[in-house]
Write a protein that binds this ligand. Structure first.
Ligand SMILES: C[S@@+](CC[C@H](N)C(=O)[O-])C[C@H]1O[C@@H](n2cnc3c(N)ncnc32)[C@H](O)[C@@H]1O
Length: 284
């Protein structure tokens, strides 16, 4: 890995460690938001009872528990994440749920600490777009799978289909005095959102039967302030942009963000429209 990739990951690890507690606290809301998507991801990865499954960029382990439930005690789930703080929380969550078939470890998705051809299925929920080299991440999942093994990833689709994130990013960048970011910049939330882009990477990594499905996935919250609390305590990429601002400038940035997000209020509270891309494939 070049030094830029190393620095990028060191910064990502620091920020995800700092956001870990907030991400963990919001697991029930994330679970509800991603319920349908997670079910589809597990089905598209062909996860069966007794299977060995790799969960890449597993975070605090929400989808890990769904996988453990699906594979049952005869199966195994290995959850890997860059952030030691999140891995510890995933570990706790698996132990509390009594899932002895789950193992959690710290690791880089671009250099997975697992043996080749040792998994029946692999998933990555909302992680791959954050990798500086997502092709290398897919090559690693390909290496970890046995021939015939299946994979499914979830990433954000186009900026216009995820307007709250777009608003957050553009307003945060403006307040930080940074130029608008090209959505295609590697490691960004929308870096894999261009039509056909992720399918091309899957093919290049050696996968076949590649298919991408878009899922509408509205994120409901009781109020704009509840959403802002989630973002302020757990959304590492936004926090990273605002990290260098002093107290006054940060307060002004959050007030501006709140004002703009009020446009997404609904009669019953508040909701963030969102579209996600699920890509499934098979290792020949
Ligand atoms: C948006 S969170 C998603 C977590 C979890 N999959 C979920 O859906 O709740 C993104 C996760 O990607 C992890 N991550 C980012 N870059 C990574 C890398 N290169 N290798 C492994 N994990 C990475 C972060 O630590 C974080 O836990």
């Amino acid at each position: 890995m070049n030094s830029t990739g190393t620095d990028f990951k060191a910064a990502a690890r620091t920020h995800w460690d700092a956001a870990a507690q907030g991400w963990d606290e919001h697991t029930p809301a994330l679970h509800a938001w991603l319920r349908q998507t997670t079910d589809a991801m597990i089905a598209m990865a062909g996860v069966q009872p007794g299977a060995r499954v790799l969960d890449v960029a597993a975070g605090a382990g929400d989808q890990t528990l769904d996988l453990a439930e699906r594979v049952g005690p005869a199966g195994a789930v290995v959850a890997v994440d860059l952030s030691p703080a999140l891995v510890a929380l995933a570990e706790q969550r698996a132990r509390r749920a009594g899932f002895a078939q789950v193992r959690c470890c710290v690791g880089d998705g671009e250099a997975l600490p697992v043996e080749s051809a040792s998994f029946d299925a692999a998933v990555c929920r909302l992680g791959l777009m954050l990798f500086p080299d997502p092709l290398q991440g897919l090559r690693e999942m390909h290496r970890a799978l046995r021939p015939g093994g299946r994979v499914c990833t979830v990433v954000f689709s186009a900026p216009l289909r995820n307007p709250c994130i777009t608003t957050l990013m553009s307003t945060a960048l403006r307040h930080a005095g940074l130029p608008p970011r090209d959505p295609a910049t590697p490691g960004g939330l929308f870096s894999l959102s261009r039509p056909g882009q992720i399918d091309g990477l899957f093919h290049e990594a050696g996968f076949r039967d590649v298919a991408t499905t878009a899922i509408d996935s509205v994120f409901p919250m009781p109020s704009v302030d509840a959403y802002l609390h989630f973002i302020r305590s757990s959304a590492s990429p936004i926090l990273q942009i605002l990290a260098g601002l002093g107290e006054d400038r940060a307060r002004a940035a959050w007030a501006d963000i709140r004002e703009q997000l009020l446009a997404f209020s609904t009669p019953t509270g508040w909701a963030s429209p969102s579209e996600l891309l699920l890509t499934a494939a098979r290792k020949p």
